[in-house]
Design a binder for this molecule. Structure first.
Ligand SMILES: [Zn+2]
Length: 373
């Protein structure tokens, strides 16, 4: 694979009419590159590579070649001097599997249960992280089992969990037919998979409505440690306003999506979301989250949690229509920290604007503000 470190391209393949680019890194840069047919090695097109320039994001010097004009269907590879890409496909069906594979990937991230060889292949493992977790700074333990492992470690974090749940549920809400058509071939359907994560999120809420920020060990495991081999003490980190607000926003939306299938569950989700709001309204002066002493796993620190709060109250207003949430929206919109544009785990104000625009009754001036947001 050594040769491929000097080239980057979309390994999923390309739609025939789509923009197609290859990035060639410093040592591999040539004046041009070729497209060759996989199998016969025949050169079917040649393109120039523009002059290499420094790329601030990666710190590399690189040249980006554009081969959008090449629209032939089939299996090809790219060659620049000695450097060759792996083969890729150009065709109408290149993204057909992406959605179902993505949902299946989340299934493979499941924590607190066994994944059998049959369903998970190389990712099979016995049950993991299924011991009680200690609440930071106390001798108390709690059940924090379940949910999905985070991207690169086995921690489970509320803030990115809420964003993932909302992205999937919004996609389901707006493209239900497409989402259901792409349920994975192996593993549960989308809503059942998302529910596994939500069930864990519910466990992370304290009786007063506040939501613990994350559950991890004190530090990351080594790279070659399987989930069931990480046996250090599990620690539940303190409640944060960011996690409580994201929890309120995501679970209120989830209450709408799950209502048709399971009204009792939907009621439970909404109650949890409203209880999180109650906690927030009583802790508006809390600072942003930082890892407490002795904890060095992913911080998902968020100094400005006002945009998370804005998202929580707009989503709760959209779902319940309650005037108290509308009042909270009107009040917080005056704080410019609420309007941090973004659909990410840290900057999430755009989720709030979208939620407000979909509410049944909106204030004209506020609506205008959200539309420009
Ligand atoms: Zn686990």
């Amino acid at each position: 694979m050594e040769q491929n470190r000097k080239m980057a391209w979309n390994q999923l393949g390309f739609l025939p009419g789509a923009r197609k680019e290859v990035t060639v890194f410093e040592e591999g840069i040539q004046s041009g590159f070729e497209i060759r047919k996989q199998g016969s090695d025949e050169i079917v097109a040649s393109f120039d590579l523009p002059e290499a320039t420094p790329n601030a994001d990666t710190g590399n010097i690189c040249s980006r070649g554009d081969f959008s004009a090449f629209q032939e269907r089939g299996s090809f590879y790219l060659q620049a001097g000695e450097q060759k890409s792996e083969p890729f496909t150009i065709g109408e069906n290149v993204y057909d599997e992406v959605l179902s594979e993505l949902i299946y990937m989340l299934h493979l991230q499941r924590c607190g249960c066994e994944l059998t060889k049959e369903e998970a292949g190389d990712f099979a493992h016995p049950s993991c992280h299924d011991t009680p977790a200690r609440i930071y700074g106390t001798d108390e333990t709690m059940d924090a089992t379940g949910g999905w492992h985070d991207a690169g470690d086995y921690g489970r974090y509320i803030v990115p969990a809420a964003k993932t749940v909302v992205d999937l549920l919004m996609a389901y809400e707006h493209y239900q037919e497409v989402m259901e058509k792409n349920n994975p071939k192996k593993g549960p359907a989308l809503l059942d998979e998302v529910r596994y994560e939500i069930d864990w999120m519910l466990k992370m809420q304290r009786a007063d409505g506040g939501v613990y920020h994350k559950v991890t060990c004190a530090s990351f495991p080594d790279m070659d440690i399987m989930p069931e081999e990480e046996r250090e003490e599990l620690i539940v980190c303190p409640v944060s306003n960011a996690s409580t607000a994201c929890f309120a926003a995501s679970l209120s939306l989830a209450s709408v999506i799950y209502r048709e299938k399971d009204a009792e569950y939907a009621d439970r989700l909404l109650k949890a979301a409203e209880s999180a709001y109650t906690y927030l309204s009583e802790h508006m002066d809390a600072p942003g989250f930082h890892n407490p002493e002795g904890i060095v796993t992913g911080e998902y620190g968020d100094e400005n949690w006002i945009d998370d709060y804005f998202w929580a109250v707009t989503q709760l207003y959209q779902v319940t229509g309650k005037e108290m949430y509308h009042d909270a929206v009107k009040k917080i919109i005056g704080d410019e920290r609420a309007l941090s544009r973004g659909l990410g785990w840290e900057w999430c104000g755009s989720y709030g604007a979208l939620a407000y625009l979909e509410a049944k009754e909106t204030d004209a001036a506020l609506r205008e503000k959200m539309l420009q947001f």
